[in-house]
Design a protein around this ligand. Sequence first.
Ligand code: UDX
Ligand code: UDX
Length: 447
Amino acid sequence: MNIGVIGSGYVGLITAVGLAEIGHKVINQDIDSEKINKLINCELPFYEENLEKLIQKNTYINRLIFTTDIKYLVDYSDVIFIAVGTPPASDGSADLKYIYQCADDIAKNINNYKIIVIKSTVPPGTCKKIEDYLKEKIAQNNKKIEIDVVSNPEFLREGNAIYDFFYPDRIIIGTSSYKVQNVMRQIYEYFENSKVEILFTDRESSELIKYSSNAFLATKISFINELSILCENIGANIKDVSKGIGLDKRIGNKFLEAGPGYGGSCFPKDTSALYNFAVKKGVNLSIVESTIKANNNQINYAIEKIIKILSPIEGRIVNLLGLTFKPNTDDIRESPSIYIIKSLLKSDVYIKAYCPKGMPKAKKIFENEPNIVFCENIYESFVDSEGCIIVTDWEDFKNIDINLAYQLMKSCNLIDLRNIFYSNDKVKSLFNYYGLGVPANKNEVYI
Ligand code: UDX
Ligand code: UDX
């Protein structure tokens, strides 16, 4: 099938590459010409494992074409996926201006029946609104052309996006049209033989499934994060509490790792959008509201913890490991690290930052800040440091040479906000070790 995907971001590009790989002819369009030019040269606009070789393969066999020309995409495509950003508006609701921009572009260029697939995360009711808007715009252009708008949300995790495309837990499709259902079945025919469930539902339910999935995952994280503070208070161990909870198969052990709070372009945005959407409908989603509050509190708690441990912190040198909001990505959007750095800079702390993938994007935020440097080598960040702060749980950090790090530091304080070293006796024998919700630096072994 000839498919167009509008948007070459973390969602659109993965969707375009995945659809090409499963056999469709795909045009991926973006308004960002720099991004498109990179893609035409098979250069990645962002890091994602296994993405490069799939782009090379599918462009080579001419199943994947990149363009900035929206008219070309609309003319060419039987089905058009919209995967542009839905960033938070000032009131926390989802800003749909880019979705409507795509609708305008489609209305202007459409010449025959199309199915429009909303892949972006949008509030329930958006597909219906876009369908009505498109029909009105098409009529204004004196065209008698039918369209159908269908919901098909994505569940891609950054750093695992290619894997998640080919091995989804489920595919959700929101439409009330049997014709559209059949077309969507054809698009996802590749998954027919696998055990992936394709759930067909109405559009509003499909849109709500996406928001609710992210909100529930965020709630699990905020739940364990709040308990980590209680554990610090009573000397319990959140790693054991998390394991003990997660052994209950009804709860499961995923998304129960305490940390400095969740970040990324999804959880903060989607929890806020869902909460605001419900408020406007007169419904108070008190659990989602608490999840948001607990997350903001967790980041503040981590900052206060750092300042208390290293006080008097003014003028100190620290090294901060991990700028991305999670490992295996270069994305720093809503990363707790950024909030922590901004707060420490206000306290006149000198920061030596290191991150395997996040430094190029972080440099752009702090380029005018004299009190932060970005180290190309992790050990360089330890030199003269009076406190090492681990914010993101990159695998690289778990394998550092502990002795070398210890020798390079001026004061051996280790604030491990991801509990990477919580059970490492060697680390605890060398450093003043502070985890998050785990006993600090106590070495007594319970017999
Ligand atoms: C975003 C949201 O994070 C996600 O929740 C939503 O489901 C899809 O949009 P992401 O791919 O991370 O996902 O967004 P981003 O990386 O900002 O990419 C959006 C792309 O759309 C950008 O490359 C932007 O240039 C492009 N775009 C935006 C268009 O091509 N046309 C437009 O009119 C607006
Ligand atoms: C999320 C959803 O997982 C995905 O299904 C959806 O499509 C997009 O949003 P993503 O934001 O890429 O994916 O990352 P995810 O792995 O979910 O982590 C989100 C944040 O939660 C990160 O900041 C991570 O550090 C944090 N997290 C995750 C925890 O703090 N503890 C955990 O146990 C798991």
